[in-house]
Design a protein around this ligand. Structure first.
Ligand code: ADP
Ligand code: MG
Length: 592
């Protein structure tokens, strides 16, 4: 029998609504932290048990809540932050919908203890399943503490969707991290299972805060950026291309101090690093955008932290100009701490000028920048193939590597040369060798004499799933110089490998090839998979950074480079070398 329509009882509707806001312990941590910050807290402690599933306790030293208002805070749409309709459109109130506390209380057991500075005593409220059980006077310090117990205790189905304690705890810390990055004036500490797992002191400015939160490695491998376009401004930190991660967890965007996720920003950021980092690797970045509230629509989805920019093209350009511009400068100031280096500031200004003459190319496969201004008016400072590809292409420089004068090596990684025109060339030895190996493999891998027949034929065992894949691809592997044959259950015998790979751990290599095939096999043509495998081989076989080369080795590397086409980038797309013009050197030393 069809049911009649009925308005849901309040308790039910609030539980459903709570589901939108409260997905997991981390959502509670975020909402409570935001409340504490809104209350002006300068010190906040978060306690977690079982990843926040059984206990989340947040203690702040903020303004507290007036006795008469405490129970109001637990009502839906009760807020002290929005009084008028205009307040809603003000970006400062984004995310404030006056329902966090009510939603949290609807799905857990909450105790709040709060006192305002001018009150003699505080108030204790106990709420369970959305129902206020008790409101009493109680002694407590100024500020508010909220204890949330047994999340989803009344909806076991929702509880089942939670992940392992460790994972939920990691999500909670992620939420804390996002907030800590943008609120330098508040000390934030997290205690999990009795141990302090996160503790950042108050800092004077946002930059000190970012380096404290993201740690030493980021501090030492990052650069400050800033930029302005129309009424939008950006400032922050980006990692150097050496510091990459295999996920986007090191990327944080804030719009008017609120954490947001945004695909447009992702796209612009990744585009800025194109050619500089390997595919499927990601930089770290903390970018703070400042723009007039009317230029942002923050209500797209209040809990998913999505927003919409009114002038998205400007924002896109702003990221490209400031991030790519700073990265381009890094070619010159590598190894130095930017910001502390006056020279690099001068260079940055000049690069910004240079960048003004470039625009993003319509063909994303080819150039990051394309020349738009008049040729030769103000030559670029340096040519890094791929970064200033437009300029590089017009200057038609064909470097003859073997005619360069080798001056030495620095950081065990970069080879330094001078050329006959008074220029300086810095070469990444690993990238250069990779390109050479790649070309050689491509050219000759199927020839027998380039293969190494193994004296002791290695037996490699793989997982059942991988075994099938290996056997399916026997011909492809033979084609790239790796001969294998089945050898019992889930094992193969390796008969030969390309000679360039003789020093490589073959078991790891096979594993990587399988992964490459899994990753790309369905989408790529045979030729393309082959290229991928050569790229992998080249990377494995190439001389690594921190390896000191003899001058003989440098000479043969240069000769090899002369013999291969496309000696400007490694197979991953990173530039092999950067060239500093004589004119640039002269300008640096004010001789011009
Ligand atoms: P909102 O933050 O959107 O106003 P909440 O449900 O999160 O809604 O909180 C309701 C109200 O309770 C807030 O407007 C604020 O007045 C009060 N409140 C909540 N947490 C705190 C806190 N830690 N310190 C002071 N006041 C608080
Ligand atoms: Mg709130």
């Amino acid at each position: 029998m069809p049911r009649r329509i009925a308005v849901m009882p309040e308790e039910l509707s609030s539980r459903i609504a709570a589901g939108e806001v409260i997905e997991r312990p981390a959502s509670i941590v975020k909402e409570l932290l935001e409340n504490s910050l809104d209350a002006g807290a300068t010190d906040i402690t978060v306690e977690l048990e079982d990843g926040g599933k059984t206990l989340i306790k947040i203690v702040d030293n903020g303004a507290g809540i007036h006795k008469d208002d405490v129970s109001l805070a637990f009502e839906r749409h009760a807020t002290s932050k929005i009084y008028t309709f205009e307040d809603i459109t003000d970006l400062d109130s984004f995310g404030f919908r006056g329902e966090a506390i009510a939603s949290i209380a609807a799905i857990s057991k909450v105790e709040m203890l709060t006192r305002k500075e001018d009150s003699l005593s505080g108030t204790r409220v106990h709420v369970q399943g959305g129902v206020i059980k008790e409101v009493v006077d109680a002694g407590c310090p100024v500020g508010t503490s909220v204890t949330v117990n047994d999340i989803f205790y009344s909806t076991p189905v929702r509880m089942k969707f939670l992940k392992k304690d460790a994972t939920e705890q990691a999500y909670c810390i992620e939420a804390v991290t996002r907030i800590a990055l943008s609120n330098p004036g508040t000390r934030i500490k997290v205690i999990a299972r009795g141990k302090t797992v996160f503790d950042v002191p108050r800092t004077e400015n946002i930059f000190d805060r970012v380096s404290l939160v993201l740690g030493k490695n980021f501090r030492q491998n990052s650069m400050r950026i800033e930029g302005k376009k129309e009424s939008a401004r950006v400032e922050g930190f980006i990692s150097t291309p050496d510091l990459t991660r295999s996920n986007t967890k090191g990327i944080f965007y804030y719009v008017n101090r609120r954490f947001v996720r945004d695909n447009l920003l992702n796209h612009a950021l990744m585009n800025s690093y194109r050619w500089l980092i390997e595919p499927r690797k990601y930089p770290s970045a903390v970018l703070f955008f400042d723009l007039p509230p009317e230029d942002v629509d923050a209500n797209v989805h209040p809990t998913k932290m999505e927003i919409r920019f009114r002038n998205s093209r400007d924002i896109y350009d702003l990221v490209i100009d400031s991030v790519a511009g700073t990265l381009a400068m890094q070619g010159l100031s590598r190894g130095k701490t930017p910001g502390q280096n006056e020279l690099s500031d001068i260079y940055r200004k000049r690069t910004e000028e240079a960048l003004k003459r470039y625009t993003i190319s319509a063909d994303p496969k080819r150039y990051l920048f394309e020349k738009t201004g008049q040729a030769n008016e103000n030559r670029t400072l340096f040519t890094a193939p791929g970064i200033f590809e437009g300029e590089y292409a017009t200057s038609k420089e064909e470097i003859s590597f073997s005619s360069l004068h080798y001056l030495g090596q620095t950081m065990g990684t970069y080879l330094i040369f001078s050329d006959n025109d008074g220029g300086i060339i810095l070469m990444d030895q690993h990238a250069a060798h990779e390109r050479v190996l790649f070309e050689k493999l491509r050219e000759r891998s199927s020839k027998d004499d380039e293969r190494q027949k193994l004296l002791i034929q290695e037996i490699i065992s793989v997982s059942p799933g991988h075994f099938g894949l290996l056997i399916d691809n026997i011909e492809l592997l033979a084609d790239v110089g790796i001969e294998i044959e089945p050898y019992g259950e889930n094992t193969v015998r390796l008969k030969s490998i390309p000679s360039t790979l003789s020093d490589v751990n073959v078991e790891v290599l096979i594993q990587d090839i399988i992964e490459e095939i899994i990753k790309t096999g369905k989408t790529l043509k045979l030729d393309e998979i082959r290229e991928k495998i050569y790229t992998l081989f080249a990377c494995k076989g190439a001389i690594k950074a921190h390896h000191v080369l003899s001058s003989g080795e440098v000479t043969s590397l240069c000769e090899a480079l002369d013999s291969v086409p496309f000696a400007t980038h490694c197979p991953h797309g990173r530039p092999l070398y950067v060239r500093l013009d004589k004119a640039v050197l002269e300008r640096m030393f004010k001789r011009r």
